[in-house]
Design a protein around this ligand. Structure first.
Ligand code: CP
Ligand code: NVA
Length: 292
């Protein structure tokens, strides 16, 4: 049974098949989700992921059902395990955003049908697929892509780093605080294409195609990292170190004035709206690949 809880659920062929399906469906929608019912569970807020799945599913002739956890008997007396097993009697697929990645693993064990991680505390695989789709669309190829990531080490970076493992001659240089790195370094031991730095190194900036960031504090983070990460803001001074052809990316929502300044996110190098639009394009590719 196919699932997308992490990018590591895919092999290189799967990853490139998803990108190809996304492109194919972008040129010509088909009805691959006819008579299919897909549940959406969002334990945390969402604008892009929720809406792009809702519209993308409809465009492929499928049906989506918004499931509110607090309206289920899960809140009363039923176990998590029974809830997901019963849901699999009615639904063909589930899209689940949660605070706790372990819940996704448990849900898959009992749901027994395709399951998609719509963001967890650990990872955001749909975002990584979509962002690499956007870079391919912008630069024409994913060969030799050099990404700079500034700021927090989080779910979005983790999935991006896993996806970068599929690319040749590409790499991510992460600029972050050393203490934050020390907390997360064990998760990045088996990655080929990632390097961590604690001070700006202009020689790396001069070669980059893309600079990416995300909020310094993710949803449900317990600690406020604004002051620890303030030196890793993407502003005009940082942008001036990059080639003029380099793009600025952010998964959104952004906290303007924190991880990025307004002139950068609204500036000519920013492709954040194209990036957001492609969430729906990439998700249609994921749904087709799942072969529900
Ligand atoms: N980038 C992203 O996942 O946005 P939402 O939280 O709005 O879904
Ligand atoms: N890292 C952010 C991503 C939001 C799409 C968060 O988890 O809140």
């Amino acid at each position: 049974m196919k699932k997308l809880l992490n990018i590591s659920d895919l092999n290189k062929d799967d990853f490139f098949s998803i990108l190809a399906y996304a492109e194919e469906l972008n040129n010509n929608l088909d009805k691959c989700l006819s008579n299919k019912h897909i549940g959406l569970i969002f334990e945390k807020n969402s604008t892009r992921t929720r809406l792009s799945f809702q519209v993308g599913i409809k465009q492929l002739n499928g049906n989506y059902i918004d499931i509110k956890l607090d309206e289920l008997n899960l809140q009363r007396l039923e176990s998590f395990e029974d809830t997901f097993e019963v849901m699999s009697c009615y639904l063909d697929c589930l899209v689940f955003r949660t605070n706790d990645h372990q819940k996704l693993e448990t849900a898959f064990k009992f749901f027994k049908k395709p399951l998609i991680n719509a963001l967890s505390d650990q990872s955001h695989p749909c975002q990584a697929i979509s962002d690499l789709f956007t870079l391919k669309e912008h630069f024409g190829s994913l060969n030799n892509i050099k990404i700079i990531w500034m700021g927090d080490i989080n779910n979005v970076l983790f999935s991006l780093a896993q996806a970068m493992n599929f690319l040749n001659d590409s790499r991510i240089d992460v600029f972050t605080d050393k203490k934050i790195f020390e907390r997360h370094c064990k998760n990045y031991q088996n990655f080929r294409n990632i390097n961590f730095h604690f001070k700006i190194d202009e020689s790396i900036f001069r070669l980059a195609n893309c600079i990416m960031t995300d909020v310094f504090n993710s949803m449900n983070d317990k600690e406020d990292k604004e002051s620890i990460l303030k030196n890793f803001q993407v502003n005009s001074k940082v942008m001036s170190k990059l080639p003029e052809t380099a793009v600025f990316m952010h998964c959104l929502p952004a906290k303007i004035g924190s991880e990025v300044t307004k002139d950068v996110i609204k500036g000519s190098q920013s492709i954040v709206i194209q990036q957001a639009k492609n969430r729906m394009v990439a998700q249609r590719g994921i749904l087709k690949w799942l072969d529900i």
